[in-house]
Design a protein around this ligand. Structure first.
Ligand code: OFO
Length: 171
C-alpha cells in the first residue's frame, strides 16, 4: 500500500512524464513542417510515445499498489524552435529535470521505507541515464555541425539508427 506522500509524489511524476510526451510531440509537429527533417521528426514522435509509456507504467503501478493515479491537466508546450539545435538543447535540459524529479522520488521512497516503489523506480533511474547520455551525444554533434546544412542532412540521416530507450511495452 502506498503512503499518501508516496502516492502524491508518484502522481506528480505522472504529470512530468505526460508533459515530456507533450513537449516531444510539439517538437515532432514543428520538425515535421521543416524541410528535410524526416528522421528527426520520426525520432521526436517516437520519443513522445516512449514518454507516454513511462506515464502509463506509473499509472498502472500506482493503481496496482492500492493508490489512485490521477490523470493531470497539461499546459501547452513550446510550439516552435529557432533551430534544430534549440530543440535538442531543450530536450537535454528537459531530461536533466526529469532525472532530478526521479531522484527526488527515490529519496521519498527510501524515507518512507517503501522498498517496492524504490525497486520499481530503478527502471526509471536507468532509463534517465540512457536518455540523458543520448541527448548529450546529439547536442555535441549538433554543436559541431553549427550552421552547416550538409552536416544537418547527415545528422538527420544518422538519427535513423538511434533507438529511443525504454522499449514500447508497458509491463
Ligand atoms: Fe520518461 O524518460 Fe525521458 O523524460
Amino acid at each position: 500500500m502506498l503512503s499518501k506522500k508516496m502516492q502524491d509524489a508518484l502522481n506528480q511524476q505522472v504529470l512530468v512524464e505526460a508533459e515530456s510526451s507533450q513537449v516531444y510531440l510539439a517538437m515532432a509537429s514543428w520538425a515535421e513542417i521543416q524541410p528535410g527533417l524526416d528522421n528527426i521528426t520520426a525520432f521526436f514522435y517516437r520519443h513522445s510515445d516512449e514518454e507516454r509509456m513511462h506515464m502509463l507504467k506509473l499509472i498502472h503501478f500506482i493503481n496496482e499498489r492500492g493508490g489512485f493515479a490521477m490523470v493531470p491537466a497539461l499546459a501547452q508546450p513550446n510550439l516552435t524552435y529557432p533551430s534544430v539545435q534549440h530543440a535538442f538543447r531543450e530536450l537535454l535540459n528537459h531530461e536533466i529535470k526529469v532525472s532530478e524529479s526521479i531522484n527526488t522520488l527515490v529519496d521519498i521512497a527510501l524515507a518512507e521505507k517503501d522498498y517496492a516503489t524504490h525497486n520499481f523506480l530503478q527502471w526509471y533511474v536507468s532509463e534517465q541515464i540512457e536518455e540523458e547520455a543520448l541527448a548529450r551525444v546529439m547536442n555535441d554533434k549538433l554543436e559541431l555541425i553549427g550552421d552547416d546544412k550538409s552536416g544537418l542532412y547527415l545528422f538527420d540521416r544518422d538519427i535513423l539508427a538511434v533507438n529511443v530507450t525504454g522499449g514500447g511495452s508497458v509491463e
